[in-house]
Design a protein around this ligand. Sequence first.
Ligand code: ADP
Length: 466
Amino acid sequence: MYKLRTKITLSYVIISLVIVGIIGIIANVMLEKIFREYVINALQQKNTEIVSQIADSYNPKTNMWSHEVLDSIGMNALANNLFVKLKDKEDVYVWDAWKHNNGLCTLLLQNMSQNMYKRYPKFNGEYTEKNYDIVVHNTKVGSVDIGYYGPYFYTDSDLKFINSLNVMLAVVVIFSLAIALILGLYISFRLTDPISKVINAANQITNGNLSERVTVKSRTKEIHELISTINNLAETLEAVEGLRKQMTSDIAHELRTPLSTVRSHMEAMIDGIWKPDTARLKSCHEEIMRLNRMVDDLKKLSEFEANNLKLTKTSFDFSELIDRITLNFEAAFVNKGIQFTTNNYYTGAFYGDRDKISQIIVNLLSNALCYTDKGGEVSVTTTQIDENMVITVCDTGIGMLEKELPFIFERFYRTDKSRTKATGGTGIGLTIVKSLVLAHEGTIVVESQLGEGSRFIVKLPLKNFV
Ligand code: ADP
């Protein structure tokens, strides 16, 4: 497996190599072609120039050329690697470069052939001559053969020019490769550095170090999201771990009180300090029943919390549900001497988890029943306010202190007043209610005054109703 850094750097180098290579090849081929055409044109132009110079130097009066001028034209042409052979109209050579300086001509021809073979080892060139008529005042006065190394040739300075072009291309290649390498290394570092930090943090989190966070910043969207995902994951894990610890200590704490009560009762009876009479056994039994309720509630809570999001939503008749619950509670309220009324103002259908909505109302009514004394009143009202269905459970019971209200939805929380009651619950009922209300995207608030009574208001959005 390759490192991301190696891969990115390598791809940068390969891409630049390919691009520079293509540009290099195209430039080379094109430049060479253009240069060749330029050389051939220049040759043509020089030939024409020589012909017109020769024509200009002809003296029509004497029908002759000045030898001095011809020498100068011929030598000038030789300097340009062109071999002039001039004949008059009788085909008699007037000036011949080969005769003038045979050694120099051979040397020049050799040099050019060497130049061309150096550049193109398979070059198929040879000494070539082109013939032009010399025309003065519309009369042919002679002809000239201009010889050169054909079909075209490069002089020393031409070769120098081509070579320097190639050197320039090589420099461009080297520079682009170096820049690609540096850029590749830099960009891959910018990309891989935060990723390695995320990997380190994830490893730390795996090893149980849940407070670990990735602090590095990245302006790459995906890496930024990866960092926040890992940080969110760590936060969630830390919160869950905190809750788990809190819950374990809460449960241990809550179980300790009834267990030590039962244990001390039992020990007193075993030691013969107390007689195992009905009253004492009943008290033990009550504690055991409380423990039993607590375990049941805990089981329920863990089920609800685990399935929080797994609501089995259906559309159901809400007033029918309230009627059924009311019917189940009626006898209990009558037995306790409490006046119980139901006001069903919401008669429509509701879309939600029927069992869980039922559990919310049952828990609130159980509390009202539990914390209201004989002669009191309890009512349950349902209405629609805006886009919400509102359930209000009202009682004239023992009520709660204002400072206790923020805590009553915490698990195991019980107010001082209720703790003194023998029939006190486990402090889990309202925790269940809150988690069920939240699962339905609703809200729950409580209004209460000590000794006056309490009012629980549950708002469940009807927008879920489709
Ligand atoms: P419990 O099983 O103890 O009733 P809950 O979670 O249902 O547990 O309630 C938490 C605490 O809130 C109760 O112990 C009680 O002190 C207080 N509480 C709940 N409902 C009422 C009420 N209707 N009137 C007075 N106090 C209440």
